[in-house]
Design a protein around this ligand. Structure first.
Ligand SMILES: Cc1cc2nc3c(=O)[nH]c(=O)nc-3n(C[C@H](O)[C@H](O)[C@H](O)COP(=O)(O)OP(=O)(O)OC[C@H]3O[C@@H](n4cnc5c(N)ncnc54)[C@H](O)[C@@H]3O)c2cc1C
Length: 364
């Protein structure tokens, strides 16, 4: 069994569909030196069937993206409680409420007991609530595909994730009758940060505060929802303490520097208005300039409707959200990740070298 990934890192987004589809189970998604998962193949038992390459969403022509023209909407949840517990305007809660209300299941990013970010499936509002709020770390999708297939055999399922994860899920169910029950909702994605840096950062906060981390929020509504405030909200709580503390170091590496992003993010195929999903949700940045009457400081979602299923969902959530159609040019002017990927800074290599040589604290 090989122990390292031999391919070009820019050509693997870590969705893991190759592992899930391998008929001989000879692929293992394995973390590399930056903590990102890559497929490692046991060549001794591999039968060279080529399925792994055929299901890879980055190698698939069109990457499972829709061809029709999408429509763009701003949307704000009617409930203040939902807005306060959502990153943007609460679109995820509205969409997942529809699916849960029809007896379906929701698959999204949750924290495990050690605050690692993992994809899970929930059938209750309480389980779904754990998926609320953005966790700016690449989530672990291992084991999710088989579970999704089981759930889709029983009922409708909402899958939410980054665009590349959604393309992986579309690839897995491509041609399957189970896809009828699948509603795919992606996010506009800046990039996914390293799980290894996340582990190091959690340990650093624990060391600095002399206690175990109990809770984290990557963005909060302590400050008015506005793009210029989006880097201020990282908060954490140490076990036994009542108050949340703030720290900007992780978010700074994520947004302003891009030093901790997955290599494939710099060549992302999904920074496009054509999406590999039924609906896309994101921040409706800039709405305060274009339609000040729709801005209230608690968050506004951007919804992109990509398919007839997406249009039916828009109708279904219209009782729970205030929705207004917006012109495409307004949205693309604000959302660069609908047009091109972010560029990595020249110091990315130097940062990782420092992490390896002297540890995260010095590198920070
Ligand atoms: C890594 C990442 C980068 C993003 N980049 C941008 C951006 O550049 N521009 C922009 O407008 N919006 C971006 N978003 C989306 C934005 O932060 C909100 O997640 C989105 O607007 C949904 O907010 P909400 O109020 O509808 O619901 P919330 O309740 O905040 O919903 C959270 C949703 O995000 C999913 N999610 C959370 N963490 C992860 C994760 N690590 N991996 C996969 N899915 C996750 C959950 O499953 C759930 O569906 C990004 C999100 C992530 C996770």
């Amino acid at each position: 069994m090989d122990t390292v990934y031999k391919g070009d890192k820019e050509n693997c987004c870590g969705c893991g569909v190759c592992e899930a589809r391998c008929p001989r189970h000879v692929i293992r998604m394995t973390p590399d030196g930056e903590g990102f998962l890559y497929p490692v193949i046991d060549h001794e038992h591999c039968i060279d069937c080529g399925i792994c390459a055929r299901v890879c969403p980055l190698q698939h022509e069109g990457s499972f993206k829709e061809e029709g023209r999408p429509r763009f909407f701003s949307a704000t949840h009617n409930s203040e409680e939902v807005l306060r517990h959502s990153t943007s305007g609460g679109a995820f809660t509205a969409v997942s409420d529809v699916i849960l209300g029809r007896g379906g299941a929701v698959c999204g990013a949750d924290f495990d007991g050690g605050l690692r970010v993992v994809h899970r499936i929930a059938r209750t509002a309480a389980g779904r609530d754990r998926m609320r709020l953005s966790k700016y770390v690449q989530s672990d999708m291992r084991d999710v595909y088989e579970k999704l297939a089981e759930e889709l055999g029983r009922s409708e399922v909402l899958f939410t994730g980054t665009p590349c994860q959604c393309a992986g899920v579309r690839s897995f169910f491509n041609g399957s009758p189970l896809a009828e029950n699948l509603f795919v909702c992606d996010l506009i994605c800046h990039s996914v940060p390293s799980p290894l840096i996340w582990e190091g950062y959690k340990r650093l906060l624990e060391e600095e505060n002399g206690g175990r981390l109990a809770e984290v929020r990557f963005r909060s509504k302590r400050y008015p929802w506005l793009r210029k405030n989006s880097n201020k909200g990282f908060m954490y709580r140490i076990e036994g303490a009542d108050d949340f503390l703030e720290d900007g170091r992780f978010y700074n590496l994520f947004i302003h520097r891009g030093t901790i992003a997955r290599p494939s993010c710099e060549r992302c195929r999904f920074t496009d208005v054509r999406r590999a999903s039924d609906m896309t949700i994101a921040d409706c940045w800039g709405i305060e300039k274009y339609a000040p009457e729709l801005y209230d400081g608690l968050g506004v979602s951007l919804l992109i409707v990509n398919t007839p299923k997406g249009a039916a969902m828009l109708e279904a959530i219209s009782m729970a959200m205030r929705i207004s159609e917006r012109p495409e040019e307004e949205i693309t002017a604000e959302q660069q990740r609908l047009s091109y990927p972010g560029k990595f800074p020249p110091e990315r290599g130097e940062f990782w070298e420092l992490v390896r040589r002297s540890g995260l604290k010095s590198a920070l």
